[in-house]
Design a binder for this molecule. Sequence first.
Ligand code: GDP
Length: 528
Amino acid sequence: MEDYTNEINRRKTFAIISHPDAGKTTLTEKLLLFGGAINLAGSVKAKKTNRHAVSDWMEIEKKRGISVTSSAMQFDYDGYCINILDTPGHEDFSEDTYRTLMAADSAVMVIDAAKGVEKQTEKLFKVCVMRNIPIFTFINKLDRESKDIFELMDEIETVLGIQTYAMNWPIGSGKNFRGIYDRNTKHITRFYAANNGQKLVASVEADLGDPCLDELIGQQNHEILIDEIALLDGASSEFDMEQILNGKLTPVFFGSALTNFGVETFLKQFLAMSPTPLPRESSEGKIIPTENEFSAFVFKIQANMNKAHRDRIAFMRICSGKYTAGMEVNHVQGNKIIRLSHSQQLMAQERHIIEEAYAGDIIGVFDPGIFSIGDTLCSKDRNFVYEGIPTFAPEHFAKVRQVDTMKRKQFLKGVTQIAQEGAIQIFQSYNTGMEEIIVGVVGTLQFDVLKFRLESEYGAEIRLEPLPYEHIRWIENEDIDIQDLSVSSDTKKIKDLKGNPLLIFVNSWSIQTALDRNKGLRLSEFGK
Ligand code: GDP
């Protein structure tokens, strides 16, 4: 086997997570600019203009460009090969957003300095914690008034339950934002608002207390900084690389993505600390990326990229070795040797066919309908499977009613296939068959997509009746009969496609009731 160690070890594959509007797109764009991947600032942004009506699935994709059709953006910087995984936010937030995190080796969490930890950050964070991947925090928008910085750090620790280590520290915020102090190098980088921070950046190396800093950032700011750093040094966690790699401690950086301030420093330090492609658990134990031949798993299936051909693209994360166009691999779940060709990769907005790729990379492979989410591909002489991708808890539920009951067959085929692709989850009341179908989704846009696809692809018109449930829990105890559980009257007993029993609740209070009334009951937010 050829040695791909150098190629693999220069790869960094990560996802950026944030609550909508915290600045993920802006930060991504700035990172791409450093890599020279796009010339035009604002091109990532283009997807945001032109809010569309959900009228045509293809159109949705076209208009959204990068957000929906892509899965990863790749560029080179400073000798590294960087893969940024796209995690769609807003109303296109879906299970795919969660699944994408299964393909990442680390995550960057963007937080709006004025808002702190918000709901969607919390949800995505949980998935990162489940995987024990390192999380790096970028506190954004320091050019605007921010919350108290110590309070922000405290919020991350208490709300998310992760320790923090400030790598640098902001000097003021908003109109009074003067720059950042690097705790390691003791450099102060001065922010100049007039220039939008783009060109004129003064970086000064001086010990705190040095009179030259009075001039650079102002005497009062200098005094405050001395106090704050003393407080920080005394009270915060120690820098501990092992804890960072285990996802127990998050290095925190400050800056302003919009004005490109603090972004390159962040990128450099992030690249130095974040892991290269990680080994993954499989049925044959840990697979080491550099020591094994090609293997990958499918984490996302994109249906109907082209309506005329009804084609699908299976996005896979390469976990070990090298991919070469046209290679033959073992599709383990399909129990078949297949040829992988026409793989695509995304560079900013353009798709292109790729000839080779390495562990850490994401490739999109044409899928004639043979792949499922979680499938493993490996070299012809191997036969192992990677650990499956969990099912994530939907938060919106609706009862599906068919308009034309004569089309029962098409309807059932449609919902089942769309559910198999992983775009929606379907459930039934525990006691009935397919008479009553309940759909669960992570983001409400998926309801529209379901309706649209059932009509256009399967000729089955449906009506969706929203249900009040917001939480779903899988029952972990294998010896419990769901019929015997005592639950509040607004809790519903259902089962998924595989027959697993579940409970859906209207609020978290009902979840507690179920736990209180049924001693020993174990509920999980992730399905098998
Ligand atoms: P996303 O929803 O997380 O992708 O957020 P965007 O990157 O689209 O940013 C949301 C809004 O915040 C946009 O209007 C950005 O221009 C603005 N924004 C992003 N970063 C900064 C920043 O550092 N400072 C300021 N003042 N605004 C920012």
